[in-house]
Design a protein around this ligand. Structure first.
Ligand code: NAI
Length: 286
């Protein structure tokens, strides 16, 4: 039987989530995605209207099929968590069962189990503010959307993951080195995500034989990255300073994710794997 993957954090064809979905589809996996509720309508209608058909092309010429798109808001674990103003918000009231627990239940009902869980989402409302100017709410929101969202996803999906399965998230070097401009507690959120990768690797490995790794990716001009505002500068900096002087493609990160999710990586867990043209290894710009 082919493997089944759930990829949380796909809302267009520009980001890492889409590229990971493609690499997994090319390797024969069945693809389910979780799309942020406010972005769901545009994503689904664009898919239907064929707007992504060019980027759906796989190496063998066929088109990636997304078996099902689930609405998801990963800052809410279950219905009791959802405040009234969100419940009645027009963009949310049109969909249902989008809390983490409900999505996991729906996937279980629809398909029984999955083999691969991918977390490719982050959000920090104050990302453009320096940490020194970040509010408590902004900091906690960044951690909630970008770090706890992963703990919650894994917690709710582990019971329906087949033993031998794998889970992957996306992190950024700002967790361990100073990257001015990556503010609002997002650097803190990525540090938490990386630490959690180790602890979750232990817990999910011992209990369910599931591997947990994170990819520390180089800069990509995704929708989320453009919103931060310094992505072109980071891409130029990498081109100038990294050991490999080429622009990083989302496909390269997708391929690394497919490797980490496959039996080729059967002894790799709890790892931060750099897919960044080697920039992390530099001590000084040249
Ligand atoms: P993206 O915009 O393609 O992906 C972010 C996704 O998160 C979007 O689809 C958005 O709708 C979704 N999202 C936001 N809040 C959500 C919530 N509460 N519930 C569910 N979904 C939510 O951008 P990108 O850059 O591909 O981001 C994917 C991951 O890669 C993130 O973890 C990001 O931090 C990481 N990353 C990105 C880098 C870059 O330069 N683009 C570099 C290193 C890591």
């Amino acid at each position: 039987r082919g493997k089944r993957a759930f990829i949380a954090g796909v809302a267009d064809d520009n980001g890492y989530g889409w590229a990971i979905a493609k690499a997994l589809a090319a390797a024969g996996a069945e693809i389910l995605v979780g799309t942020w509720v406010p972005a769901l309508n545009i994503f689904e209608s664009s898919l239907r209207r064929g707007k992504f058909d060019e980027s759906r092309v796989l190496p063998d010429g066929s088109l990636m099929e997304i078996t099902k798109v689930y609405p998801l808001d990963a800052v809410f674990d279950n219905l009791e968590d959802v405040p009234e103003d969100v419940k009645t918000n027009k963009r949310y009231s049109g969909s249902s069962k989008w809390t983490v627990q409900e999505v996991a239940e729906s996937v279980k009902q629809d398909f029984g189990s999955i083999d691969i869980l991918v977390h490719s989402l982050a959000n920090g409302p104050e990302v453009s503010k320096p940490l020194l100017e970040t509010s408590r709410n902004g900091y906690l929101a960044a951690i909630s959307a970008s770090s706890y969202s992963y703990v919650s996803l894994l917690k709710h999906f582990v019971p329906i993951m087949n033993p031998g399965g794998a889970s992957i998230s996306l992190t950024y070097i700002a967790s361990e080195r100073i990257i001015p401009g990556y503010g609002g507690g997002m650097s803190s959120a990525k540090a938490a995500l990386e630490s959690d990768t180790r602890v979750l690797a232990f817990e999910a490995g011992r209990k369910h034989k599931i591997r947990v790794n994170t990819i520390s990716a180089g800069p990509l001009r995704s929708r989320a990255a453009k919103a931060i505002g310094f992505i072109d500068m980071m891409i130029d900096y990498s081109l100038e300073n990294a050991p490999l002087q080429k622009e990083l493609t989302a496909e390269e990160v997708g391929n690394a994710a497919a490797f980490l999710a496959s039996p080729l990586a059967s002894a790799i867990t709890g790892a931060v794997v750099y897919v960044d043209n080697g920039l992390n290894a530099m001590g000084v710009g040249v």
